[in-house]
Design a protein around this ligand. Structure first.
Ligand code: AMP
Ligand code: MG
Length: 404
């Protein structure tokens, strides 16, 4: 049996980043930039006012005070988006709004609060405080403002917009098809006939994928019939950059995923030395080949396998390199035993008051959904450890949405 780390390395071997493409700015959030972005113009691109007030010659108002205001003739009104026509000369001013271009001749702005706000003659009560944003004080024309390899965010995309871009060259987010297999499955909310259960994995994986920025293009339930599954896989392979299935990969008589995929493409199945999530499969189907990862059906196994294998695959497709599966280290808050020769993922909660200690919760069966909902993290217990003692240091995977 291979270790999860070995298995992950072999999956990632077959996965390359999606080819970079031109993305609209609003689509590019979270994507890896595949070019250097240079400014098409300076920021600011013209000298402008940082305040609502009056553009003046600073020396005209150097001695202005409340008791000795200086009167200036207001020659023009300059709102943002207009361009001044007149030159400010000694004894004159132009009313100016924040972001409006500074008129020729002016070398300072007096805030409106330091005047009587009047037109066509304004009384100025205080010297100019400057308040001029000068050309290029932020960014020079041609300056490299974003670097290839950077993960884009609202802030960095804002800068691309400011320097003239509407698109960027970036690795797109993968389109993923999720297929829940099992003749017992019905859509959540549907009444259950005898022997049926609600499909849990479909929505769980869809949300987990979306949290990583992936685009879930279809999520379907397919019963345990080879023809139905073959059809669903064919359709998915034509549309998706990655296919994820759940169920049907263990040792049962109706494990259709294993049956169908073993004769299709390059998919192989194996038992990985981990608990939960031992039965796994991966490979490619269709032409051009679409990667597929087949997860076990038990929801806890599916989630653990998602964290261990699918998350790194998504990151690789996105052109990101963080393919490790641990979020850091925590201290065990309780003693517990762990199976020999298997890496164990233990559902746990952080102890209150400290995010550094975590304690296993309740039953760890891979069908126990109540415990999964309560879990904040997965403790990762190495294969060789059979007994964890209070105070031991363990790697963990953070499951809390807010810390991802
Ligand atoms: P399997 O791997 O198909 O043998 O499934 C293992 C267990 O997980 C069985 O109890 C299934 O009913 C359950 N299971 C499989 N797929 C799902 C799903 N999408 N949602 C909830 N439970 C599932
Ligand atoms: Mg099944």
């Amino acid at each position: 049996m291979r270790t999860p780390q070995e298995y992950l390395a072999s999956i990632l071997n077959g996965i390359a980043p999606l080819a970079a493409t031109s993305l609209d700015l609003a689509e590019a959030n979270g994507c890896v930039l595949a070019e250097d972005v240079h400014a098409m113009w300076a920021l600011p691109s013209f000298a402008n006012s940082a305040m609502d007030g009056y553009a003046v010659i600073a020396s005209d108002v150097a001695d202005a005070s409340v008791s000795h205001p200086v009167a200036l003739q207001v020659i023009e009104d300059i709102p943002a988006g207009s361009w001044p026509l007149l030159e400010v000369t000694s004894g004159t001013a132009a009313r100016i709004m924040t972001g409006a271009p500074l008129p020729v001749g002016a070398d300072g702005v007096v805030r409106v609060e330091h005047t009587d706000g009047a037109m066509p003659v304004v009384l100025v009560h205080s010297p100019s405080g400057g308040h001029i944003r000068s050309i290029g004080e932020d960014v020079q024309p041609g300056e490299q403002v974003l670097n290839q390899g950077q993960v884009l965010s609202a802030r960095t995309i804002a800068l691309a917009a400011a320097v003239g871009r509407s698109t960027v060259l970036a690795h797109p987010n993968p389109r993923v098809a999720v297929i829940s297999t099992g003749s017992e499955l019905v859509e959540p909310g549907q009444p259950l006939a005898a022997g049926q259960i609600s499909d849990v994995n479909g929505v769980m994986l869809e949300i987990s994928l979306r949290e990583l920025g992936a685009l879930v293009i279809r999520s379907s339930i397919v019963d345990d019939h080879a023809d139905a599954l073959r059809q669903a896989l064919d359709d998915a392979a034509q549309q998706a950059d990655l296919i994820i299935t759940t169920g049907g990969v263990s040792m049962g008589a109706h494990d259709t995923v294993k049956e169908v995929l073993s004769s299709l493409g390059t998919v192989t199945f194996e038992r990985v030395a981990m608990q939960p999530g031992m039965p796994q499969g991966c490979g490619h189907i269709g032409s051009p080949p679409t990667p597929i990862v087949t997860l076990p059906g038990n929801p806890v196994s599916a989630l653990v396998s998602f964290e261990a294998f699918v998350r790194p695959v998504i990151r690789r497709l996105q052109g990101r390199e963080d393919s490790k599966f641990s979020s850091g280290e925590v201290i065990a808050g309780a003693a517990f035993s762990s199976p020999k020769d298997k890496l164990q993922f233990v559902r746990a909660r952080f102890s209150s008051g400290s995010a550094l200690t975590a304690t296993p919760i309740g039953a760890q069966g891979s069908h126990i959904l109540g415990g999964l909902a309560q879990a904040e993290c997965l403790l990762v217990v190495p294969a060789e450890v059979e007994l964890v003692s209070v105070g031991d240091t363990l790697a963990f995977i953070d499951l809390r949405r807010e810390s991802r």
